[in-house]
Design a protein around this ligand. Structure first.
Ligand code: SD4
Length: 311
């Protein structure tokens, strides 16, 4: 029995993104349309980590990564995309209009322009400009992981000054089940703040930042992309669900794998997975406390604190 529609997305920006998704899901629309519309809300907001208003790479350029996937293994992705407002929509066009899955850099931008997307200004948002200038003062020229405000209070080695601009947003990953029982997922980000130029994280990589198997479930990831890629994170979670684990246990099993791989360095990173199975059951698990996800159904609309390896 399908409990749909259901939509979940990462972090508290997900509350607003879910509303966007619900405009589609609430009317009986497809999960695929919903996850595109949903994360476009976040791409439109000014925040540290998603869309053109986000933090730049260490050379001062905002470069965006996004992907989208439906219940039938159709998928599209863009990475290292500059000056285009809605990377998730470009990813969807890659999926629907090209024989490819992934386009990057200037080729992705060229494709977006040919598809009628406009070339936006390369200028940083005022918030990003300030964050970049602050970051330059430290002259570390080192990438920083994006972590949410509250999670840093009294936990882990990150001083509050290291949080990008102090904004409590992050990459947005969204997975949804529609009234027809079909799953879909999307993920969009500016990546790690002040990353090396050309760096890709997990978010645009099918199987890492996002994976959907219409017969099993869907998963998205947030946090240190390198460590999500290492374990083919979202795909691994979906495979755990295929083996019969519920979504939360499936997420936990892959988090445990990362914890083991990282050893003491696990204190330096955060990773969280957010999954849904084909019955609409949702589960999540993070390395550290402080990861929350937004849930919306016919009867509920709320932010849920995920369980974590470190309490
Ligand atoms: C990345 N996973 O680029 C993304 C960023 C993120 O918390 O989610 N940061 O690695």
């Amino acid at each position: 029995k399908v409990n749909g529609p259901v939509v979940v997305s990462t972090w508290d920006a997900g509350l607003r993104a879910n509303k966007g998704a619900w405009e589609v899901l609430g009317k009986g629309g497809t999960a695929l349309d919903a996850v595109e519309k949903g994360v476009m809300v976040t791409e439109n907001e000014i925040n540290c980590c998603v869309g053109l208003g986000a933090n730049p790479d260490r050379d001062g350029f905002v470069t965006l990564d996004a992907c989208i996937m439906d219940h039938r293994f159709n998928c599209g992705s863009v990475a290292f995309l500059e000056r285009i407002k809605h990377p998730v929509s470009v990813a969807r066009r890659v999926m629907e209009k090209t024989p490819h899955v992934m386009l990057v850099g200037s080729g992705a931008q060229q494709f977006a322009l040919a598809e009628g997307f406009s070339l936006e200004s390369a200028e940083l948002s005022p918030d990003a400009k300030k964050a970049y200038q602050d970051w330059l003062k430290n002259e570390k020229y080192e990438p920083q992981i994006n972590r949410e405000n509250k999670e840093n209070q009294g936990h882990g080695p990150f001083a509050p000054s290291q949080i990008n601009g102090g904004w409590n947003h992050d990459t947005i990953g969204m997975v949804a089940l529609d009234t027809n029982g079909n799953l879909g997922g999307s993920c969009t980000t500016s990546g790690m703040g002040f990353k090396m130029r050309g760096r890709l994280g997990d978010s645009p990589i099918i199987g890492a930042g996002l994976y959907v198997d219409g017969d099993v479930g869907a998963c998205t990831a947030t946090g240190q992309g390198e460590d999500v890629i290492r374990v083919a994170g979202s795909h691994s979670v979906v495979e755990m669900m295929r083996q019969g684990y519920g979504p939360e246990v499936a997420c936990r099993k892959v988090i445990e794998r990362i914890v083991k791989i990282k050893g003491p360095d696990v204190n330096k990173i955060q990773v969280a997975f957010l999954a849904i199975n084909k019955h609409g059951v949702v589960g999540s698990f993070a390395i550290h406390k402080g990861f929350s996800y937004a849930l919306k159904t016919n009867t509920a609309e709320k932010l849920v604190e995920a369980n974590s390896w470190f309490k």
